[in-house]
Design a protein around this ligand. Structure first.
Ligand code: ADP
Ligand code: MG
Length: 403
């Protein structure tokens, strides 16, 4: 990687501002007694665990570690999107107290930072409580930067955004790449630049408009690209199939027609259909040329799973983003589960899996298997990973110091 990392700069005893992506799902803790405020806990800590190498390194170097992150999409201060629960969770993982400060700029923060000793760590409150964050406001960025001597960006999942805490701060501090960011870039660059063949891409999910760039770029790199999810409906439509009431994007049909001429692109041969995208709806399997006019395509069918599995089994490199169906409803989750199983069981030497809902879909069984498997890189980036795979430069990485 051509950017300086946290290991290329002297952080000993320095105050280091670390931008992480602790945008993790929270759940409310159910308590017997009615309390004045809601209490939350972290529902999935993958993103937190993945930043531990950077934090451990900085603590080892006796730096003073000041962490910042966003969480969700608050409009102003929102107690339901506080990072307090994350500070507790991080403390438990580190077996060390993580002080939480209920703001990210201002007097309280400045005093907390001033009181830090070497090897201390604090987490500041959600940067998005300030609208200046997403506006990349220079004054806000400077206030954040004034807290520290060095800036480390380890928030890969936010690297496609030019915000004050990702891009703005780099104007005021020596700014380098964190170890998670470095790993993400190395892994994704390797699959996209120098994959071992056969290279198989699997793209599913909701909107083809948000993934068309990825599909087009991957078609230049892969040997086979397998499609599923709602976005495959638009391709089916472009190929002249009846898609019934399925979700499609009309304005994308022409673009989809162009890509679908590529022989590397494979679409479903059968589907799980139902009269409504609901749990109680009666589902059935049909050949892809037999989709009834009054039904929705809600998952890839078992024949498609088998067809895709045979291709996945032969792959040396695999990249997967996007669920194959409406997995939130068990009846329509079989395609996604089947693909997850085929990927985890494949003999490929390099596998990358990413995407917000994709990871949500495999969280119970396949995500732990994937995380435990050294050939598999579970990316923390959703949108950032997609932009990377499109071949775009990510502004928050570009803003960091070159080697
Ligand atoms: P990711 O976040 O992993 O990139 P997306 O956000 O693109 O994935 O898409 C995930 C959503 O796509 C899921 O909520 C899922 O229900 C929906 N989806 C997948 N297949 C279908 C389908 N056939 N019909 C309707 N929705 C679908
Ligand atoms: Mg998503």
């Amino acid at each position: 990687m051509n950017k300086k990392t946290v290991k290329d700069i002297d952080v000993k005893g320095k105050t280091v501002l670390v931008r992480v992506d602790f945008n993790v799902p929270l759940r409310e803790v159910k308590r017997a007694k009615i309390a004045p405020a809601k209490v939350f806990e972290v529902a999935d800590d993958t993103r937190i665990i993945k930043t531990l190498p950077t934090i451990d390194y900085l603590l080892d170097q006796e730096a003073k570690v000041v962490m910042i992150s966003h969480l969700g999409r608050p409009k102003g201060r929102d107690p339901n999107l506080s990072l307090l629960a994350v500070a507790d969770h991080l403390g438990a993982l580190l077996k060390k107290p993580v002080k939480f400060v209920s703001d990210c700029i201002g007097k309280e923060v400045e005093e907390a930072v001033k009181a830090m000793k070497a090897g201390d760590i604090i987490l500041l409150e959600n940067t998005r409580f300030y609208p200046q964050e997403e506006k990349n406001d220079p004054d806000f960025a400077q206030k954040l930067a004034s807290l520290a001597d060095i800036f480390v960006n380890d928030a890969f999942a936010t690297a496609h955004r030019s915000h004050a805490s990702t891009v703005g701060v780099t104007k005021y501090l020596p700014s380098v790449v964190g170890l998670l960011m470095e790993k993400e870039v190395i892994e994704l660059t390797e699959v996209i630049e120098s994959p071992e063949h056969p290279f198989v891409g699997i793209i599913g999910g909701a909107k083809i408009s948000s993934k068309m760039g990825v599909i087009e770029n991957l078609l230049k790199k892969v040997d086979t690209l397998l499609l599923g999810g709602a976005l495959a409906n638009t391709v089916l439509k472009a190929k002249g199939f009846e898609v019934g009431k399925s979700l499609i994007e009309k304005e994308m049909v022409d673009k989809a027609k162009e890509s679908s001429r590529d022989e590397k692109l494979k679409i479903l041969v059968d589907a799980v259909v139902a009269s409504e995208p609901k749990e109680e709806a009666q589902a059935s399997m049909v050949g892809i040329d037999r989709v009834p006019k009054d039904q929705w395509i809600l998952d890839i069918g078992p024949k498609t799973v088998e067809f895709y599995k045979n291709i996945i089994q032969e792959a040396q490199t695999i990249i997967w983003n996007g669920p194959m169906g409406m997995f939130e409803i068990e009846t329509f989750a079989q395609g996604t589960n089947g693909i997850a199983k085929a990927i985890v069981e494949s003999g490929a030497s390099k596998i990358v899996i990413g995407g917000g809902e994709t990871l949500q879909a495999i969280i119970k069984y396949y995500k732990p298997l994937a995380l435990a498997n050294r050939r598999i890189h579970v990316s923390t980036g959703g949108g950032a990973m997609l932009e990377f795979l499109e071949g775009k430069k990510l502004p928050a990485i570009e803003a960091l110091q070159d080697k």
